[in-house]
Write a protein that binds this ligand. Structure first.
Ligand code: NAD
Ligand code: TYD
Length: 351
């Protein structure tokens, strides 16, 4: 794995992944291809933008001709696809763009990679890999007991998770039909630096800092399984290098927490550290999300047993690292939330 195309590398997880890889490997070349939607910010990559092993190309994963040229020109042997529309609430108000980027985009990438990597007379070049970064949300919702394993049937409920499940099926089809070396990773909710402040944790941190109300959907007892983003990046790297072709790997660290617990943790920390006016009276229970999944919980035994992955950041540490990062990078938040996002936020939550 030497010439890696990272798609969606200007987003939250993709940018963390690029930084992680450049820190941990000397002998790689990383091409970051990103359309720079509202969620993509080159600000995230400032610390590595002058690195000779890294280059950026602004392009859309639906543009097959451009993708084909880039794969060829950079002699790409590994495609790691992070590019996607990723916010469930947006998928409820505007599903179409999710189908375009998350399904057609993946189909386009798969086709371009196959054309470059397939050998004349059949089979694929040595050492190539297509890794689709998917999500636990494709499995749907759990009751109070049990966990998602790789064989849990797909049962997505939101347009977002349905689009990700559709992409997973296309990736599976490229293995089943052509034996293209692919992997799918399905991770639980991530948190950490550079997460766009529309998602639960950074939204709550930022609203606390400006003493805005904290919109908790419904009773706030929905459960998510939180993983620090660097642990996810390490898992993706492992799967890209050592994952068995055709296999799916779940990624999670058994950090299940109800949403209100997350919100209260953020309030209590910022109350002590920043401003005593930040308190639980800011919590505002609002109308529940439509089709809201009640609980996610990952069984990570396969990636632990087969690839030796272990999460290293406990939730209690990761959440403090994350809150401190947002405190120290308020200018980042201001930059990424101006423009289109501000309009969206005001439409949904008021000024
Ligand atoms: P994000 O929204 O922060 O970033 C997505 C990136 O993709 C942005 O930089 C955006 O500009 C780019 N992009 C979107 N459409 C594109 C297109 N058509 N062509 C090229 N680039 C495009 O998302 P994220 O949270 O970093 O998630 C990355 C991936 O990980 C997604 O595929 C998501 O489904 C998956 N995932 C996310 C989580 C999570 O908790 N955030 C958990 C599991 C899996
Ligand atoms: P989110 O960060 O959007 O991730 P996902 O929907 O992909 O799990 O939301 C995490 C949880 O927090 C989810 O149960 C919805 C809830 N939530 C709120 O209660 N209020 C909010 O303002 C947001 C953005 C999310």
């Amino acid at each position: 794995m030497k010439n890696i195309l990272v798609t969606g590398g200007a987003g939250f997880i993709g940018s963390n992944f690029i930084i992680y890889m450049l820190k941990n490997y000397e002998d790689i070349r990383l091409v970051n291809l990103d359309a720079l939607t509202y969620a993509g910010n080159l600000e995230n990559l400032k610390e590595i933008e002058g690195d000779g092993r890294y280059s950026f190309i602004q392009a859309d994963i639906c543009d097959g001709e451009t993708i084909g040229e880039i794969l060829k020109e950079h002699e790409i042997d590994t495609v790691i696809n992070f590019a996607a529309e990723s916010h469930v609430d947006r998928s409820i108000s505007d599903p179409e763009i999710f189908i375009k980027s998350n399904v057609l985009g993946v189909s386009t990438l798969l086709g371009a990679a196959k054309r470059l990597w397939e050998k004349e007379g059949g089979g694929f070049k040595e050492g190539v890999k297509f890794l689709q970064v998917s999500t636990d949300e494709v499995y749907g919702s759990l009751g109070p007991e049990g966990f998602f394993t790789e064989t849990t049937p797909l049962d997505p409920h939101s347009p977002y998770s349905a689009s990700k499940a559709s992409a997973d099926l296309l990736v599976k089809a490229y293995y089943d039909t052509f034996k293209m070396p692919v992997n799918i990773t399905r991770c639980s909710n991530n948190y950490g630096p550079f997460q766009f402040p529309e998602k639960l944790i950074p939204l709550m941190i930022n609203n606390c800092l400006s003493l805005k109300s904290l919109p908790v959907y419904g009773d706030g007892m929905q459960v998510r399984d939180w993983l620090y983003v660097e642990d996810h990046c390490r898992a993706i790297d492992l799967v890209a290098r050592r994952g068995v072709p055709g296999e799916v790997y779940n990624i999670g660290g058994h950090n299940e927490r109800p949403n209100v617990f997350i919100v209260e943790t953020i309030i209590d920390y910022l109350h002590e550290k920043v401003d005593s006016a930040i308190d639980r009276s800011l919590i505002k229970h609002v109308e529940d999300r439509k089709g809201h999944d009640r609980r996610y919980g990952i069984d990570p035994e396969k990636i632990k047993n087969e690839l030796g992955w272990e999460p290293t950041t406990a939730f209690e540490d990761g959440i403090v690292l994350t809150m401190d990062w947002y405190l120290q990078n308020r200018d980042w938040t201001e930059k990424v939330t101006s423009g289109e996002y501000q309009k969206y936020y005001e439409e949904h939550y008021g000024k």
